[in-house]
Design a protein around this ligand. Structure first.
Ligand code: G
Ligand code: MN
Length: 390
């Protein structure tokens, strides 16, 4: 190294990218450690458990791991690493090539699958790519988060599973009162999903991407039944999506929420179309036979709201915040809400206006004859059943 060399001005070791090398064979560790230590700070460990401990400590720029570790496979180690670090590039090495296994590993987020004996030129190239990818991935995730997109932040399958597992472990039910304004009484509480992800939408998106939306729905229904036992009033409102109607467990009379079905309004929100649910009428009939009432959520927000009205024949209709906002200042909104209230009356559905934030909105809705109201004006959602402000 000459004085003119850029590396010469860097304090020894301080700026070298850190690589975690995991292999239970001492000889492999020794060879690779020696080969890489010129360009990397290598931490070599002999077991997956030791690797997890290392990842918990100082951050690494890449992991290079054997596929067959005693006690834990390389892919399993990758999943554990993703619980701690969503961006850490992961390279797998194997002595026994297996295409199926390689494809699986790559699906879960292994950047490369290298075959032993390791070609050191290829390894150096791959590691250099990995280190720059790590920096890009972190920057990309931060900018997506700043834009409010990709809120779950996972870039691969192992990361997604880790995010969904963490979110599901932190799943909680928040409650928001639905009030009868003329009576100054709480008419029910809506169960709202909360987790360590920033919004319920982020959790739903992550679960959907991971193919676990049905599982999430089931867990949320069970959590609603469990938390609902402490409710100070009878009526509980639970949100379901069209895919939940395809889950047989929702029709199981022994399911936790089914046991209290006569207290529950299932609010159906349309993310996917209700038209994609086969035998919808029979499914709704089964739910009603269990004792559930059916609610149509967010009427006025989507494209298919009125069609859903006809498909669901709901007992309860919730008018979306988009129609409610500033209703006291808009004759058009007043007319539209009056129309919906008329339709609800004719079809014997009760009607709830949601997203009420202003006294003016509350009074205009009351004047129109909408008695059931929900929104921040009365109470924000909270884990302990919040008392409304009157
Ligand atoms: O569409 P649905 O009723 O499922 O939506 C409930 C969501 O609306 C919850 O996430 C809740 O926090 C939010 N919310 C409840 N009350 C208000 C409100 O008064 N204003 C706004 N903007 N959002 C509300
Ligand atoms: Mn709802």
């Amino acid at each position: 190294m000459t004085l003119g060399d850029a590396k010469a001005v860097v304090a020894p070791g301080s700026e070298l990218p850190r690589v975690l090398l995991v292999d239970d064979e001492v000889s492999v560790r020794r060879v690779l450690e020696r080969a890489l230590s010129v360009s990397y700070r290598v931490v070599a460990v002999g077991s997956a458990e030791a690797a997890v401990t290392e990842v918990r400590g100082e951050p690494f720029d890449a992991v290079l791991s054997d596929v067959n570790l005693s006690g834990m496979s390389g892919v399993e180690l990758l999943r554990r690493v993703r619980e701690l670090d969503l961006d850490l590039p992961f390279l797998l090495m194997t002595g026994a090539p297996n295409v199926e296994h390689a494809a699986h590993a790559v699906e879960y987020g292994a950047l490369r699958y290298l075959f032993k004996p390791i070609d050191l030129v290829e390894l150096r190239k791959t590691l250099a790519t990995a280190v720059s990818m790590r920096r890009l991935a972190a920057a990309r995730r931060q900018s997506l988060e700043a834009l409010g997109q990709g809120a779950h932040g996972a870039a691969d399958r192992a990361g997604l599973d880790a995010v969904v597992n963490g979110a599901i472990a932190s799943l909680r039910v928040a409650w928001q009162p639905i009030v009868s304004w003329p009576r100054r009484r709480v008419a029910g509480y809506e169960a709202l999903m909360r987790s360590r992800l920033p919004t319920p939408e982020a959790l739903l998106d992550a679960a959907e991407s991971a193919g676990r939306a049905v599982e999430l729905g089931r867990l949320m229904r069970a959590a609603t039944a469990e938390a609902g036992r402490l409710a100070p009033v009878a009526d509980l409102y639970a949100n379901i999506r069209p895919h939940d109607l395809l889950d047989e467990s929702i029709y199981d009379p022994a399911a936790p929420l089914s046991r209290i079905a006569s207290r529950v309004v299932l609010e159906v929100t349309e993310r996917a179309s209700l038209n994609s649910v086969p035998a919808l009428k029979e499914r709704l009939a089964k739910l009603r036979k269990l004792g559930y009432r059916i609610g149509l959520d967010d009427l006025g927000a989507g494209y298919a709201g009125l069609a859903s009205f006809a498909l669901l024949e709901p007992e309860v209709v919730k008018i979306d915040v988009q129609l409610v906002r500033d209703v006291h200042r808009s004759a058009t909104r007043q007319r539209l809400i009056a129309l919906l209230l008329g339709a609800c009356r004719d079809l014997k559905a009760s009607c709830i206006a949601e997203g009420v934030e202003l006294p003016g909105e509350r009074d205009a809705l009351a004047d129109l004859g909408c008695e059931l109201l929900q929104g921040f004006l009365f109470a924000r959602p909270d884990f302990a059943f919040p008392e409304p402000r009157w």
